[in-house]
Design a protein around this ligand. Structure first.
Ligand SMILES: C[S@@+](CC[C@H](N)C(=O)[O-])C[C@H]1O[C@@H](n2cnc3c(N)ncnc32)[C@H](O)[C@@H]1O
Length: 532
């Protein structure tokens, strides 16, 4: 959706109520609409494409406006009643699509991915967003609301826009009671904000306001069982609950100036039903008040130590699904050498280590100290897998590609620095040791003789932001790589977030390059670069 205004086009004022026909879905959990053809874009939440709605304008800048659908005049067949009473205009912002059936949510996310790939990367690729285990279409919010009954209500919603570590919504516990309804009861990490009166809640959309919540329907039942929202946490800034479904372990992390929350929230922290309780002071360093400070997660048929400050996928089925998908994309062979960049607790390094065996090697790179300790612990049984602590670009610049022929990249949502893409390519002067005497000291010969200067024959790129993925695909293309396959997973049902997985192969001199791959761009010839 272009944000270019037509000359003389007027943006509505905040508070104005308009009637609109809703256009296509847009990034961020809203749909685009215009008052008149060619007019400025109004991004509407709580609506679905094709609906006729009344909206109230919530924000207007010089370029665009935002609005909430407050009455649905003509409903989409995809509309359902939101399972959470707080998922409405003026309510919690943790969820974006509770008013859409799960299949429709996945279609909306697929369309956003398609848009980003086309607009940013100039790639024409259709993608199917796959549901994760437990979120199939036989349960959850699949019941349609019917036509034009104002299902969007008159409230509002809110959230913190972060896919991974925190945030979430609130509700009446309808799903959290069992946690089995599709699309609900999945969120294993929830960060509650604390109000001045010590009560916890979740934030409104694009607001610092904190909504008093009971149980959150998308939170895992183990999160709800800690009853964090039923206690007072005076002086604390936030209270985060992290649970591991495989082991049933629970951790609570309290943040805020220690002097303030020590006298107020400490009783709640001491009474809370969690295996581990940690406090993060002003420096962010976690101090253990109770327990061993980490959870035992399960994925890929084994257990993983994951400290409270270490990244782990939030959906209980996501780590498993992504590990299997990465293995499927990279197709590692015994003796292969692989990189796991941004390795966290070593999930991908671990499954790759098993696949390449002792004749191969895996090098993980991670900058978070706790995650590095976890990864080293998790990789103890496969000593041919090593972990380097540091910034990925710095480690690659210093140590090169370690003779690797495969790489998995899983950066934060900001995507890859250009330097990393250049280093993967083996750009002269970028510090790469393409000969393979690098960080792991591996340097073994590749199993295929036809590789790029960097030596990699295939990359799997895991991304929680299709926009930065698309941007990076442009840089990869300039560096001689092409998109061979694109998959996507609904790892965050009810929200606009989605996890993508892209396979990249060298565009020249690689046997893979000649063969079409499932899910690959339909028209590589149309890969002309387009701005924004
Ligand atoms: C999305 S997480 C992926 C973790 C892991 N692959 C997994 O699936 O559990 C990104 C990881 O990159 C790490 N990280 C962020 N910036 C980094 C950098 N510049 N260099 C190295 N690691 C970084 C974070 O600490 C985090 O563990």
């Amino acid at each position: 959706m272009s944000l270019v205004e037509m000359p003389g086009a007027q943006l509505p004022a905040v508070g104005a109520v308009l009637e609109l026909t809703v256009g296509e879905v847009a990034a961020g959990g809203c749909c685009a609409a215009r008052q008149e053809p060619g007019g400025p874009v109004i991004f509407v939440r709580h609506a679905l494409p094709g609906e006729r709605v009344r909206v109230r304008v919530t924000q207007a800048t010089s370029r665009l406006a935002r609005a909430d659908a407050i009455e649905i005049r003509q409903a989409s067949p995809d509309r359902v009643a939101p399972p959470c009473p707080h998922a409405r205009p003026g309510g919690c912002g943790g969820c974006d699509w509770q008013h859409a059936s799960l299949p429709a949510q996945r279609s909306l996310k697929a369309e956003v991915i398609r848009q980003q790939m086309r607009r940013i990367a100039g790639l024409d690729c259709a993608v199917t967003v796959e549901s994760l285990e437990g979120d199939d279409d036989t349960g959850g919010n699949t019941g349609n609301v019917g036509d034009g009954d104002g299902a969007a209500g008159d409230g509002g919603a809110a959230g913190d826009d972060r896919a991974a570590g925190d945030g979430s919504a609130a509700g009446d516990g309808s799903a959290a009671d069992g946690g089995s309804a599709a699309g609900l009861g999945w969120r294993t990490r929830v960060r509650f904000a604390v109000r001045h009166d010590g009560r916890t809640g979740l934030r409104k959309h694009r607001s610092h306001d904190i909504i008093d919540v009971g149980a959150c329907p998308i939170a895992h039942p183990l999160v709800t069982e800690t009853a964090v929202t039923r206690r007072r946490w005076p002086g604390a800034k936030s209270v985060e609950v992290l649970v591991a479904v495989a082991s049933g372990e629970r951790a609570v992390v309290v943040t805020g100036p220690p002097a303030r929350w020590n006298s107020g929230a400490r009783p709640a922290a001491q009474a809370i039903g969690a295996d581990t309780v940690l406090a993060a002071g002003t420096t962010g360093r976690l101090v253990s008040l109770r327990g061993r400070g980490y959870l035992t997660e399960g994925a890929a048929g084994r257990s993983w130590r994951v400290s409270a400050g270490t990244f782990w996928q939030v959906h209980p089925a996501a780590a498993d699904a992504l590990a299997a998908a990465v293995l499927g994309m990279l197709a590692p062979l015994p003796g292969d050498r692989a990189l796991d960049l941004y390795c966290g607790a070593g999930l991908f390094a671990g499954v790759l280590a098993d696949a390449v065996g002792p004749d191969g090697g895996v090098v993980g790179v991670e900058e978070n100290a706790a995650a590095v300790r976890d990864a080293r612990h998790n990789l103890r049984a496969t000593p041919w897998a090593q972990v380097h602590r540091g910034d990925v670009a710095a480690v690659l610049a210093q140590g090169g590609l370690s003779g690797a022929s495969l790489a998995v990249l899983d950066p934060p949502r900001t995507g890859l620095p250009r330097a990393v893409i250049d280093l993967l390519r083996g750009v002269p002067g970028a510090g790469t040791d393409a000969g393979g005497t690098g960080a792991a000291g591996a340097g073994a010969a590749s199993t295929d003789g036809d590789r790029t200067a960097g030596g990699l024959r295939r990359i799997a790129y895991v991304s929680c932001d299709p926009a930065t993925l698309a941007r990076d695909l442009v840089a990869f293309r300039a560096a001689g790589w092409r998109l061979a396959e694109l998959r996507a997973f609904d790892a965050f049902p009810m929200t606009h977030h989605v996890e993508c997985l892209a396979a990249l192969v060298p565009d020249v001199g690689n046997p893979d390059a000649a063969a079409p791959v499932a899910g690959a761009p339909a028209a590589p010839a149309a890969e002309t670069e387009k701005a924004g």
